[in-house]
Design a protein around this ligand. Structure first.
Ligand code: COI
Length: 351
């Protein structure tokens, strides 16, 4: 892959307020772009981060053939840049592409485009505690066409944004039993815009009652919990860590997968099984639920402090320093920031 590079005249880095990074408020200077036409990818380039030129008839705006990913780069104490599990994102990206009837982007190009972009924007990987550079690859159809058919032209882009915390406090979530995020046979496992757009209305309704997020339940009976939309879910009940299985309605989260592997390694008793809403409510009623947290690239490990269900709010006890979620967060961070041996081969170090 030969990449043409056009650099910015002046970096925007000097305008960043590093004491208030927020989440992707600041985009890095450059972006990567490639075009798909006549059945192949070409025109690989790194340019200044800039607006795109789109036809109002661009099929993506009407019919939603669009997918994306999210991963992070970290800086270690030696100022080296570490990218966390980009191969997992590359695989998931292409699974999403297949489901959305889009071309795949070769995994080696996916990784190379990230590393080449980061070499140019390496000063944007922050070094302060708990911060990172969020990397957002995306692909969408570019055809100018009104009518339903898969696109012939696509664009693959990578942009980056500075990431502090996604949630600034433990999260309040409501168990959603009216609206549905995903159904079996649908696109729930795919990181496509439709899943997020469909979640907006119910989420905004829940926000009016003080909830940050929803816990989605299965689309058939609203009986089993699935995921939270920005995060996969974990519950500690009777000292067992439990997370719902994947199937085709739940996003195969990289943080979820890392937590499962780490838990087994740390000797934490973990079960991957269906969890019913009834089991959660009973465990809240009899105080056997000790921790609830979400896991996602943006959110990392986000403690949940309140669960709402049928007009009642259940409060989860405050977490101690030796809670399972704190132990997992420490352990995951020490790998991401290169403070411990990368025994699972999760880190891609930028040369
Ligand atoms: C991610 O965790 O990477 C996501 O795409 C979720 C989004 C809320 C930023």
């Amino acid at each position: 892959m030969k990449i043409n590079v056009k650099r910015v005249r002046e970096s925007k880095l000097t305008k960043v307020n590093f004491s208030d990074l927020g989440f992707c408020k600041y985009h890095s200077d450059h972006m990567f772009i490639a075009d798909y036409e006549d059945g192949k990818w070409s025109n690989f380039r790194i340019t200044p981060h800039e607006d795109l030129n789109l036809s109002p008839a661009c099929t993506t705006l009407h019919y939603g053939q669009t997918i994306f990913e999210g991963l992070k780069a970290y800086k270690n104490k030696k100022d080296e840049i570490l990218i966390f599990r980009p191969d997992k994102n590359a695989t998931r990206f292409n699974k999403s592409a297949q489901r959305m009837c889009m071309p795949t982007f070769p995994e080696k190009y996916f990784i190379q485009s990230i590393t080449e972009l980061l070499k140019i924007d390496k000063r944007w990987v922050p070094s302060q505690e708990n911060s990172s550079l969020y990397i957002r690859p995306l692909m969408f159809a570019m055809d100018s066409y009104i009518g339903i058919k898969p696109g012939d032209k696509y664009v693959f882009i990578i942009i980056c944004g500075l990431a502090g915390g996604y949630y600034s406090e433990p999260v309040n979530v409501k168990i959603e039993t009216k609206f549905t995020r995903a159904v079996s046979g649908g696109v729930g496992f795919s990181k496509t815009a439709a899943n997020y757009a469909a979640a907006l209305y119910p989420s905004v309704e829940a926000q009016k009652d003080g909830f940050h997020q929803l816990i989605w339940t299965d689309g058939k009976e609203h009986k089993y919990v699935e995921e939270s939309g920005t995060m996969n879910l974990f519950f500690v009940i009777d000292n067992k860590l439990i997370t719902p299985p994947l199937g085709d309605t739940v996003l195969d989260g990289v943080t979820r997968d890392s937590i499962i592997i780490l838990s087994k390694d740390l000797g934490i008793d973990i079960e991957i099984r269906k969890i019913s809403v009834d089991e959660i409510i009973n465990s809240l009623d009899n105080n056997s639920i000790k921790e609830v947290f979400g896991a996602g690239t943006a959110a990392t490990i986000a403690p949940i402090k309140t669960i709402g269900y049928k007009n009642k709010k259940y409060h989860i006890p405050q977490l101690s320093r030796d809670s399972i979620s704190s132990t997992l967060l420490k352990s995951l961070n020490s790998i991401k920031y290169g403070e411990t041996e990368d025994k699972f081969g999760w880190i891609l170090k930028l040369n």
